[in-house]
Design a protein around this ligand. Structure first.
Ligand code: SAM
Length: 245
């Protein structure tokens, strides 16, 4: 059926492709993807060959209009390099435009590093805030950590290996009592998850530099608000201050 299909792909282990994702990729008319080489490898693994259209954050409005126009008469799949499209990945504008154009839109859920990291961390998971990548600059990173840590929920960030120790040191200074988790290389050969104080984790990863892909999580702390209205107000504040200016 024509329309837009938002399809999650594996975050490392190719076995995590869902049956529905494989079927939809086999039947679709075209695949909009971040990097045609990365998606080309996945297609090859599945024994499939389809037109691959590059769609990333640099796509022009004209590119987007072309892709949306195609959704009126064929099934267009949106994938990213790994995991769930739109989760720290391109797709938001494409989905908005597709919705405005009135085409049918379906989500095919699957792997997402943030959720996989949360589930293995052992941190409270009844409420969580996904806050994407931490900013690169020290001051902005400290502020982002403090904001996210103030919402009374486990905070989830995507982090890069070279920056991990600096972020852990910042957490050790600003939030020394929090339980912290580092979930690394999820679903892959060297998968690991360590939970402890930021100071202990900083010492560990200084001695054994982390490689690969990382989800960093900060527990809610003992002073977390328990009243639903307090939590809603704090989440609204955090989301508003996280909006790009
Ligand atoms: N859309 C993806 C998802 O659903 O998780 C995330 C894309 S984002 C550009 C890539 C970041 O996700 C990495 O820098 C890392 O922080 C995290 N990530 C992706 N795969 C991971 C894995 N296998 N283990 C740990 N973190 C991972």
């Amino acid at each position: 059926r024509p329309g837009l299909y938002i399809v999650a792909t594996p975050i490392g282990n190719l076995g995590d492709i869902t049956l529905r994702a494989a079927e939809t990729l086999a039947r679709c008319g075209a695949v909009a993807c971040e990097d045609t080489r990365v998606t080309g490898k996945l297609m090859k693994h599945l024994g499939l060959s389809k037109p691959l259209w590059r769609y990333d954050d640099h796509a022009s409005e004209a590119d987007r209009m072309r892709i949306v126009a195609a959704m009126h008469d064929r099934a267009v799949v949106l994938v990213s390099d790994a995991g769930t499209p739109l989760v720290s990945d391109p797709g938001y504008r494409l989905v908005r435009d597709a919705r405005a154009a009135g085409v049918s839109i379906a989500a095919l859920p699957g792997a997402c590093a943030a959720i996989a990291g949360l589930t293995v961390s052992g941190l409270p998971n009844d409420r969580f805030l996904f806050a994407g990548f931490l900013p690169n600059k020290d001051k902005a990173r400290r502020e982002a950590l403090e904001r996210a840590a103030g919402v009374g929920a486990t905070a989830i960030f995507y982090e890069t290996a070279p920056r991990l120790v600096r972020s852990l040191e910042t957490i050790a200074q600003t939030l020394p009592d929090r339980e912290v988790s580092v979930a690394r290389e999820l679903t892959k050969l060297h998968e690991e998850c360590r939970t402890g104080s930021a100071a202990d984790l900083a010492a560990h990863y200084s001695a054994h530099p982390a490689k690969g892909e990382i989800v960093l999580l900060i527990g809610p702390g003992g002073d977390a608000p328990t009243d639903d209205e307090d939590i809603d107000a704090l989440l609204t504040d955090a989301l508003q201050s996280a909006k790009p200016s």
